[in-house]
Design a protein around this ligand. Structure first.
Ligand code: RIB
Ligand code: CA
Length: 306
């Protein structure tokens, strides 16, 4: 039986590729996409999610729009910078409407009604998930694994100090970490920067399908931005952060997991949004490394199915 998955994302280009991957895989049943603010305002992330689903012929998968702001920021907390990408993905306007039901309500109701647990994959700000837990703390029982793209360990000092998904809503991240999910997996920047996709690989993706060509365009745009960062050391390659969470669900050898404890800096501290991740002991399974070639092979094979 395919594993039931709900993607909670702030669609942007890397979330878009995560949606394509989740929808392409026979091992996964993408039940719904819930949109949250982050890369863009929630209206745009919901609309972008619809556009991606249309592109791959999966207009049947519902999209719900959720929180458009952090759950409980202190007074004067800096606003998110958003993404340098255009708010609207360059894809035809969606043919289906975003559902009228609020994403958080839908998540809570679905959890209450489900006899079968589902896997929840947040790849944007954690505001929707934290709100679902606040609305009903037993929400966590319906989730067999929570796979969060977020956080940063940064052993080499080359990665951003603050990862965007946690940094956008640290109070939400803290609530989610403390909520008591049975199995909480975190895929931080340290892993996503180990699974970069190169310009040459984009040329290959471009040939496999229309979705492959769109994914190649998106990754090439990302490469233009990322190649200037110290972590890329001049390489023409970029991480596709969110898609690595889905790759982990399909093939558990794509990332290397270690137990860790995770602390999030919240409130009006100057380090607001930072994560202290201590590897070795703790309840969170953190991806400390990733296999770039396995990740690319999976992406390649999956996009060819669409
Ligand atoms: O830090 C990377 C994350 O921030 C990704 O999920 C990206 O889409 C943005 O949301
Ligand atoms: Ca994202």
């Amino acid at each position: 039986m395919p594993r039931r998955v709900v993607l909670d994302c702030d669609t942007g280009t890397d979330d878009a590729i995560a949606i394509m991957l989740a929808a392409a895989r026979p091992e996964l049943d993408l039940v719904a996409v819930t949109a949250v603010w982050g890369n863009h305002a929630v209206e745009h992330t919901a609309d972008n999610s619809r556009r991606v689903l249309d592109l791959i012929g999966r207009g049947d998968i519902p999209v719900y729009a959720g929180r458009g702001a952090p759950v409980d920021p202190p007074k004067g907390a800096p606003a998110s910078k958003g993404s340098p990408e255009a708010d609207v993905l360059p894809l035809p306007p969606p043919t289906q409407q975003v559902e009228s039901r609020d994403a958080v309500e839908w998540l809570v109701e679905t959890a209450r009604a489900s006899t079968q647990r589902f896997t929840l994959v947040p790849t944007g700000s954690l505001s929707n998930v934290a709100s679902a837990v606040a609305a009903d703390p037993s929400f966590v029982e319906a989730v067999d694994e929570l796979v969060v793209m977020g956080g940063v360990i940064d052993r080499d000092g080359l990665l951003p100090d603050i990862e965007t998904n946690v940094g956008n809503d640290p109070e939400a991240a803290l609530r989610v970490l403390d909520a008591g999910f049975d199995r909480l997996t975190m895929v931080p920047l340290d892993a996503t920067y180990r699974a970069t996709v190169t310009v040459e690989q984009c040329a290959t993706l471009r040939t496999v399908s229309r979705a492959g060509a769109v994914a190649a365009d998106f990754i090439e745009q990302r490469i233009e931005r990322y190649r200037r960062l110290p972590a890329m050391a001049g390489r023409a390659a970029a991480p596709v952060h969110d898609a690595l969470t889905i790759a982990h669900l399909v093939d558990s050898t794509v990332v290397t997991l270690q137990r860790a404890s995770v602390r999030v800096h919240t409130g009006d501290s100057p380090t607001r949004g930072r994560t202290d991740i201590t590897v070795g002991t703790g309840d969170v399974r953190v991806a400390v490394d990733a296999d770039a070639s396995r990740f690319f092979d999976l992406l390649h094979e999956s996009l060819a199915q669409l």
